[in-house]
Design a binder for this molecule. Structure first.
Ligand code: PLP
Length: 376
C-alpha cells in the first residue's frame, strides 16, 4: 500500500464529497435548464455557492465558479491587464507565468520566504497613482509559508490598488476570511481540501468587475461562460464544509512537528525551509544536503512513500525550486529539497514510516557519496 504524503499536490477525495457527487451524477443536471431537473440543479448550485461563500465570509453572489484554481488566477490577473501588475516572486505557476505574460513586476521575499513589505511600499509609491493590481498568495505550496496578507492589503489600499490573493493552499487548512484579509479577489480550488480536481472559484468583492475571459452562455452572472460542473461544485462545498472545522489540521500539526524534530536531531546538516516563520500546519520542506531531490524521490517511491520535490518538474527533469531560489537559497541546497504534506487521511504510522525511511536514506546515500569522494 502506497503511503500518500503529497496532499499539497492533490488530496484524496473525502468519502462524503464522493457520495454527494454520485447522487448529483445520477440525474442530468444543467442549472440553466428550466424544467424540474434543471431547477433542482440550480438549487444545488446555489446551496453549494452559499456554503463556499460562508466558508470565506463572502456573499454568495461574489463567488464565480471556474474549472480550476489556475483558471481563477488567470481570470483575476487578466481582468486587470491595463493595471500595473505586482506579484510575489514565490507565486504558483498559474500566477507567476501569467504575470510574466502580462509584463508584471516581481516582488522579492526575504530569506524566510516572506514578502518584503518595504519593497512593495516603494514600488506602489513609484507608480505615482497609476492603478495597480497586486497578487500575493496566502500560503505557499512548497514551504507552507503564510504571508501577512492583511498588512499587504492595508498598503495596497493606501495606494488605491486592488489586491488578489491565491488562497488555494490555505483553504481548509487555516481560516480564510475575505473581510479580515482585506482582499478584493480570492482564488480557491476544491482538490486541495478533499474535493474533486477540476473545480475552483474566484471570489470577487462586490463593486470589483472582472472581465470574462471566454465568450459563451451567461452563466455565473455573465462572468464565466460554460455550464457549471454541478457534481464537482457540490463535492467542493461538502469537502470545504468538513475541512473548515480544522480538526484534521489540529491532528496533523504535531505529526509535522515530529518529522522536523526527529530529522533535525538526527542530521545536523538537514535544513527545514522557512523553519522560523509561520507556516501551514500540514507542510514541511526538508533538505537532505548533497542528495538531489530526484534521487530522494525515487528512493521514497521504491519504499512505497509518495512525496514531492520542492521543485518544478518539467519534461522529466526537476529544476531547483523558484521559491527556494527567491529566498536566496543556493541551488546546491534547493536542488535537494523534498516536500511532505499531510491531510485528512494521514496517520501517525505513515509519518513514523517516513521518518524511518528518511533516516535510512540519509545514511545510505551519504555513505555512497563519501565512498565516491574517497575514490576520487
Ligand atoms: N495556486 C496554488 C498555490 C497551487 O498550489 C495550485 C495547485 O497546485 C494552484 C494555484 C492551481 O490550482 P488548480 O490545480 O486547481 O489549477
Amino acid at each position: 500500500m502506497l503511503i500518500y504524503l503529497d496532499y499539497n499536490a492533490t488530496t484524496p477525495l473525502r468519502p462524503e464529497a464522493q457520495e454527494a457527487m454520485l447522487e448529483v451524477m445520477a440525474a442530468p443536471a444543467n442549472p440553466s435548464s428550466v424544467h424540474t431537473l434543471g431547477r433542482k440543479a440550480k438549487q444545488r448550485l446555489e446551496e453549494a455557492r452559499e456554503v463556499i461563500a460562508r466558508a470565506v465570509s463572502a456573499f454568495p453572489n461574489e463567488v464565480i465558479f471556474t474549472a480550476s484554481g489556475t483558471e481563477a488566477n488567470n481570470l483575476a490577473l487578466r481582468s486587470f491587464a491595463g493595471h500595473a501588475l505586482l506579484v510575489s516572486s514565490i507565486e504558483h505557476a498559474s500566477v507567476f507565468r501569467t504575470a510574466q505574460r502580462l509584463g508584471g513586476d516581481f516582488l522579492p521575499v526575504d530569506e524566510h520566504g516572506v514578502l518584503k513589505l518595504d519593497v512593495l511600499k516603494d514600488r506602489l509609491t513609484a507608480l505615482a497613482g497609476k492603478p495597480a493590481l497586486v497578487s500575493v498568495m496566502l500560503a505557499n505550496n512548497e514551504t507552507g509559508v503564510i504571508q501577512p496578507i492583511a498588512e499587504i492589503a492595508k498598503l495596497v489600499k493606501e495606494h488605491g490598488g486592488l489586491l488578489h490573493c491565491d488562497a488555494v493552499q490555505a483553504i481548509g487548512k487555516i481560516p480564510v476570511d475575505m473581510g479580515l484579509l482585506g482582499v478584493d479577489m480570492l482564488t480557491i480550488s476544491a482538490h486541495k481540501c478533499g474535493g474533486p480536481v477540476g473545480v475552483g472559484a474566484l471570489i470577487v468583492r462586490q463593486g470589483v468587475e472582472v472581465k470574462p475571459q471566454q465568450t459563451g452562455g451567461g452563466q455565473e452572472q455573465g462572468r464565466r461562460a460554460g455550464t457549471e460542473n454541478i457534481a464537482a461544485i457540490v463535492g467542493f462545498a461538502k469537502a470545504l464544509e468538513l475541512a473548515a472545522n480544522y480538526h484534521d489540521m489540529a491532528r496533523v500539526r504535531p505529526m509535522i512537528d515530529k518529522i522536523e524534530q526527529e530529522i533535525l536531531a538526527f542530521a545536523s546538516d538537514a535544513v527545514i525551509a522557512s523553519h522560523a516563520v509561520s507556516r501551514l500546519p500540514n507542510t514541511t520542506q526538508i533538505i537532505m544536503p548533497n542528495i538531489p531531490s530526484e534521487t530522494q524521490l525515487m528512493t521514497f517511491d521504491l519504499e512505497g512513500l509518495a512525496v514531492s520535490a520542492g521543485s518544478a518538474c518539467s519534461s522529466g527533469r526537476i529544476e531547483p525550486s523558484h521559491v527556494l531560489r527567491a529566498m536566496g537559497m543556493p541551488d546546491s541546497l534547493a536542488g535537494c529539497a523534498i516536500r511532505v504534506s499531510l491531510g485528512w487521511g494521514s496517520k501517525e504510522a505513515d509519518v513514523m514510516k517516513f521518518i524511518e525511511v528518511w533516516k535510512k536514506t540519509y545514511q545510505r546515500l551519504a555513505q555512497q557519496n563519501e565512498k565516491r569522494r574517497a575514490a576520487g
